[in-house]
Design a binder for this molecule. Structure first.
Ligand code: SF4
Length: 506
């Protein structure tokens, strides 16, 4: 707010961020929160208490994009309720739409693209002075492309959603151009972060008590590939992805490493071997399949066939026999016949995915599939295929969960469970296989002012015995605290899918 002479009034500066989309977006929101804290903003306890509301958007499916437009309509009332409130939009829709968003929604104050996070505090200040702006430039040169990774360390007031766990960006962008996907446009070309910076951030995180890292990238296992191929890995200070994993695993305090989302094409021998050799690497791989039909995979420009996928899954399981494999699937891609869909069902059954994220094809303007001549699959057929696929997946997930009953695992406690026990909300966390485990008999003390996470067990790893399996989670009884670094048990990203769960990166 301005005083009569145009100076900014000293008002409380509190922000909230609403996040849609994949784990990269969740982490981008964390980065924006950290930048705002460094600029003197505080996190508001609710949107009603905030002076700045940022919506971090997703455009990978039409449904997610439409959600932004309905949110923005509804937020007219929020903006009007108090003078000086600021409303901002970031993420993939912001990147794609830019300026027209400001024209379409006059109550929107600023728009920032996926490469422009670091400008958010300055844009908020400018917006408070009445300057509405959209910044969506994408960096082309390798040097300026890397600037987006140079963000300040975590602010002392920064609180991660799950103590003990953190995201770590190793690369961004995608050069694969699958025909259905808008990400190469919204996130730009592949850029890998120098390994020394990745390792330095990982050490900082470990010093702050983080024991589980999730490495992020649109095609995370393509890390460093262009530098290696062009013979400039030394100059760019990048490594092969398998080597990066080994260096991260050597950092004291790092107990678990995950990565999302890989592309099947980049599972080279070193990465497969890493799954057999690094106890810190969780026995879970999210290996996006998309379709079991070679014809559909070709039309999707996935650059592999069903047999290639079978071979990758086999090799990974040879290296790590207890590996849990999850996947992404699209039904109703233009031209998909019933026979194509049956091939998907067969491959899903054959691989025995522990879980999958499945969606109906969503046409995205600007993608190659949007211009395909192939006959679109009608909505009723696509819905029926989705339901059939999800019914199969539920039975596979339940079967996989049932096999775990009686075994032991280690759970990094994330917080209260959605399930209520007799004594109140239970705790829940994830095990090395990325399964949700609800802890029976472990309850949060009643919430009260100043209740700290410490002492509740949140952020700690506990050993549990699995006593029950449900279609969505496991139920475990805690046996004790702490991970045995070499037990082999300590091994441990995503948009809401059409069953409402958060999905990995596209
Ligand atoms: S689906 Fe993944 S690999 Fe394909 S273009 Fe999108 S981000 Fe890239």
């Amino acid at each position: 707010m301005l005083d009569g002479s145009g100076r900014l009034l000293a008002v409380r500066r509190r922000f909230r961020i609403r996040t849609y989309g994949c784990q990269m977006n969740v982490h981008d929101s964390e980065k924006v929160a950290n930048l705002l804290l460094h600029a003197g903003w505080e996190e508001a306890p609710s949107e009603d208490a905030a002076e700045l509301l940022v919506i971090n958007t997703c455009s990978v499916r039409a449904k997610a994009e439409n959600k932004l437009y309905s949110d923005l309509g509804a937020l007219r009332a929020w903006k009007k309720a108090e003078a000086g409130r600021l409303l901002a939009v970031g993420g993939c829709v912001a990147q794609q739409e830019g300026d027209p968003l400001l024209r379409r929604f006059p109550h929107l104050d600023f728009v920032f693209g996926t490469h422009n996070l670091r400008w958010v505090p300055a844009m908020a200040d400018a917006a408070a002075r009445g300057h509405r702006e959209a910044r969506t430039s994408q960096s082309d040169s390798p040097a300026s492309a890397l600037e987006r990774f140079d963000l300040p360390e975590r602010h002392p007031a920064y609180r991660s959603q799950t103590p003990g766990r953190a995201f770590l960006t190793v690369m961004e962008g995608c050069d694969m151009f699958c025909s259905f996907c808008i990400v190469p446009t919204t996130r730009g070309r592949e850029v890998s972060r120098p390994a020394p910076r990745v390792l330095e951030e990982a050490r900082e995180l470990a010093d702050r008590g983080v024991c589980e890292l999730t490495l992020l990238g649109q095609t995370v296992n393509a890390y460093g590939r262009h530098d290696l191929r062009r013979g400039r890995a030394e100059e760019a200070a990048t490594l092969a992805f398998g080597e990066l994993l080994a260096r991260l695993a050597d950092i004291p305090g790092i107990e678990r490493i995950r990565y999302t989302s890989p592309h099947p094409l980049f599972f080279d021998a070193a990465l497969v071997r890493a799954h057999g050799e690094l106890p810190e690497l969780c026995p879970h791989v999210h290996l996006p399949l998309q379709s079991g039909s070679d014809a559909v995979l070709r039309a999707m420009r996935r650059r592999y066939g069903a047999d290639d996928y079978r071979r990758w899954a086999d090799r990974l399981r040879e290296a790590r026999p207890d590996l849990a494999i999850t996947t992404d699937l699209i039904v109703g891609f233009p031209g998909e016949t019933d026979a194509d869909f049956r091939l998907t069902l067969e491959l899903v059954q054959e691989i025995g995915f522990v879980d999958s994220y499945s969606f109906k094809y969503s046409a995205r303007p600007g993608t190659a599939a949007h211009q395909l001549d192939a006959k679109p699959v009608d909505g009723t057929t696509a819905q029926a295929r989705l339901e059939e696929l999800q019914t199969l997946q539920r039975s596979l997930t339940l079967a996989a969960h049932r096999k775990r009953v009686g075994g032991q695992t280690e759970v990094l406690i994330e917080g209260p469970s959605r399930r209520d026990g007799a004594l109140g909300p239970q705790l829940q966390g994830r095990d090395p296989y990325h399964r949700v485990v609800n802890l029976s008999g472990a309850h949060l003390p009643p919430r009260g002012p100043g209740a700290a996470d410490e002492g509740r067990g949140i952020g700690e790893i506990v050993r549990v015995e699995i006593v029950e399996a449900t279609p969505h989670s496991l139920i475990g009884e805690p046996l004790g605290r702490g991970a045995d670094r070499h037990s082999g048990l300590k091994h441990t990203g995503r948009m809401a899918d059409e069953e409402g769960r958060r999905e990995a990166l596209p």
